[in-house]
Ligand binder design. Structure first.
Ligand SMILES: Nc1nc2c(ncn2[C@@H]2O[C@H](COP(=O)(O)OP(=O)(O)OP(=O)(O)O)[C@@H](O)[C@H]2O)c(=O)[nH]1
Length: 253
């Protein structure tokens, strides 16, 4: 297996097509640190960030997409995973699409995740649809304190089936599990919905960090397993892995 490293200067930067890559004032936010591809002025730059462009060594790379209604916590989940921090304070909606990279190490195999944070707002839907087909995995979020975001999951699944690759890894996440007072969607309801559609499920909290690492790690392991599977190796079962990890962490969630 060849270990890849990006050549500095080649492909310029993942922000190619984006003038600044910086947070975009009042009209939109960007998780940028590595790149932004859509501007707040409504200009959309469809150039996709190359997976191979990274300052870090890795063996295999995958694109993971965060989708779900506006305000469910997609950006916060990504920031928690990438930087271990929580974005508290006033909520600024994502404009278009943005991404960040993180490399995970599984027994010496470096797996790079290029994680795309999409805008949940309806008006950006046509922009984000264009990115679905490149995604190896999608994390579909709802907010346990927002019933509408839960009710919209079926519509999101329809979009995913329409625009994403058939074999893309999919996982349903009920975010904001820390907000016990405001909760309106029971964990069992999330479980039932996930079962109905045959997708793995867990609750997360970008605020407390609950299961954030696990969600991304589980998806990365599944993708790695699929791409590097040895003959006779048993199938990796994402939901079983998640359940086992939560159990061993003593998680009653
Ligand atoms: N209590 C709690 N609040 C959260 C959590 N995650 C996000 N929030 C809050 O929810 C609001 C929306 O979070 P974002 O991450 O910006 O939501 P988003 O899904 O990226 O929204 P769009 O960019 O519009 O699609 C912010 O005010 C966050 O502070 C969480 O796990 N717990």
């Amino acid at each position: 297996m060849s270990r890849k490293k990006a050549v500095k200067g080649k492909n310029s930067s993942p922000t190619a097509g984006s003038p600044t890559g910086k947070p975009k004032g009042k009209t939109g936010k960007s998780t940028t640190g590595t790149g932004s591809v859509v501007q707040t002025n409504g200009m959309v730059h469809p150039s996709r960030p190359p997976l191979s462009n990274s300052s870090e060594f890795y063996d295999i790379a995958f694109k993971v997409m965060l989708v779900g209604d506006s305000g469910v916590g997609k950006t916060c989940l990504l920031v928690r995973f990438k930087d271990g921090a929580f974005l508290a304070g006033s909520f600024i909606s994502t404009v278009g699409i943005d991404f960040r990279n993180k490399v995970l190490n599984f027994d010496g195999v470096k797996v790079k995740l290029q994680i795309w944070d999409t805008a949940g707002q309806e008006r950006f839907r046509s922009v984000t649809h264009a990115y679905y087909r490149d995604a190896h995995a999608l994390l579909l979020l709802y907010d346990v304190t927002n019933k509408t975001s839960f009710d919209n999951i079926k519509a999101w699944l329809t979009e995913i089936h329409e625009y994403a690759q058939q074999d893309a890894v999919l996982m349903l996440l009920g975010n904001k599990a820390d907000a016990t007072q405001e909760r309106v969607v029971k964990r069992e309801d999330g479980e039932r919905l996930a079962k109905e559609f045959g997708v793995p499920y867990m609750e997360t909290s970008a605020k407390s960090g609950l299961n954030v690492e696990l969600a991304f790690t589980a998806v990365a392991k599944e993708l790695k397993h699929r791409s590097m599977k040895e003959p006779n190796e048993p199938k990796f079962k994402l939901q079983d892995y998640v359940n086992k990890e939560m159990k061993s962490a003593g998680c009653a969630c």
